[in-house]
Design a protein around this ligand. Sequence first.
Ligand code: ITT
Ligand code: MG
Length: 197
Amino acid sequence: MKEIIIATKNKGKAKEFIDFFLEYDIKALSLLDLPGNIPDVEETGTTFEENATLKAEQISELLQVPVLSDDSGLEIDALNGEPGVYSARYAGEEKNDQANVAKALNNLEDVPMEKRTARFVCVLAVAAPGEKTTLHRGTCEGTIATKPRGNNGFGYDPIFIPQQSTKTMAELLPQEKSDISHRANAIMQLDEWIKTL
Ligand SMILES: O=P(O)(O)OP(=O)(O)OP(=O)(O)OC[C@H]1O[C@@H](n2cnc3c(O)ncnc32)[C@H](O)[C@@H]1O
Ligand SMILES: [Mg+2]
């Protein structure tokens, strides 16, 4: 089976990539699957595009193979787009999903439902040694619930209600999430590239 390296250490993302690539008969390996300790890439960019590029290019350079990276996050309109590129580290460097969710809910405490609009953004970068990196952006519009609901998914899924749904992303089945998610919308743009693998 063909393989592709995903430059991520996020288990939730890795699981979604494994499922997506299985449909193409390709095995997706995350940095958690590789032997040795792959160093963390410092996400010093101020945009999803910059951070996705940093992750894909540094890991591709290190491993000397084509690499796909994902930089993603949640933009909440009432918080001027926060947490945005800082989504993973919103409540601190330890990247605690529950603490991040609690902080977002707390900051939205008095914001009424009609003003709780938000979107998930996913930017994928494809990097290969000696080649120009390409970027692909997908989004998913929705609103922020007043309380977390559901146990599927990861990150901010328990408080994100996609536009098409009354359930939170964490109440959807994995297949239902991947029908509408920001990540799925970005991955669809890779169709041609995947066929070249
Ligand atoms: O950088 P890598 O190693 O890929 O892992 P990460 O968790 O640090 O990933 P990001 O830097 O891209 O930060 C994205 C954060 O945005 C949130 N996020 C991204 N996609 C999401 C999704 O599909 N559902 C819920 N939350 C998501 C989640 O909290 C992530 O930690
Ligand atoms: Mg990260």
